[in-house]
Structure formats: C-alpha cells, structure tokens
Design a protein around this ligand. Structure first.
Ligand SMILES: [Zn+2]
Length: 115
C-alpha cells in the first residue's frame, strides 16, 4: 500500500533526525503535504501508528500541515494560490499555469522531541 511505505519512510527519516538530536523519544512529527502530493492524509495517519510501532516514534502524533497549491501566472506576473487541483488555471485571467511553485511537498517540517 502506497501510504504504508510513505509512512515507513517518514518514520525512518524522523528516527534518523531524532537520533542526531540525541532524543529519547519523539512526541510529534509535523509533516507538510502539498495538495498535489497525491497523499491521502487520513490513510497516512492510519498507517502511521503501525509504521512507528517499535521505534522511538511509537505513540507520537503525526501532525499534518496542508500546503496550498501556488502557481506562477506568466500573464499576471505574480504568484497565485489556486482554490483546487482540478483546474491549473489562474483564477484571475484563466491562463493555464505552467510553473508550480508550491503544492508538491511531502516533507517533515519539524519534530517535537523529548531530550
Ligand atoms: Zn493570471
């Protein structure tokens, strides 16, 4: 399952950074997920408990921060935030937007640790 391997990857990354910080236990993991990352937050949360079992992340919370979709509009010459992922067009001028500036993230933002 897609989300389970993602959850395992997140747990591995968090364990590595926590070990570097000399942490005994991780209390919470803050994760940024872009609208276009193709990740179902509910499914990821569901898999997280399993993936963190037996690691120093066991019992910790996974806090998901939604990253909005932001594109560069070459017509308006500015960054625009899109309300959804269905249409990649500038809401102001309706020009199709080529460059996605934000919204594909899947990364750990921070860890709350117990030193
Ligand atoms: Zn525009």
């Amino acid at each position: 399952m897609h989300e389970l391997s993602l959850a395992q990857g997140i747990v591995e990354q968090a364990v590595a950074s926590a070990a570097q910080a000399d942490a005994k236990r991780v209390v919470a993991v803050h994760l940024k997920i872009g609208r276009l990352a193709g990740v179902e937050p509910g499914a990821l949360l569901f898999c997280y408990d399993d993936a963190s079992k037996g690691t120093m992340l066991e019992g910790s919370r996974l806090v998901i921060h939604d990253v909005p979709l932001v594109v560069w509009c070459a017509h308006c010459l500015r960054e625009v935030e899109l309300p959804g992922v269905q249409s990649l067009r500038c809401p102001t001028c309706q020009t199709p937007c080529g460059e996605i500036l934000q919204g594909r993230e899947l990364q750990i933002e921070s860890l709350e640790i117990e030193p």
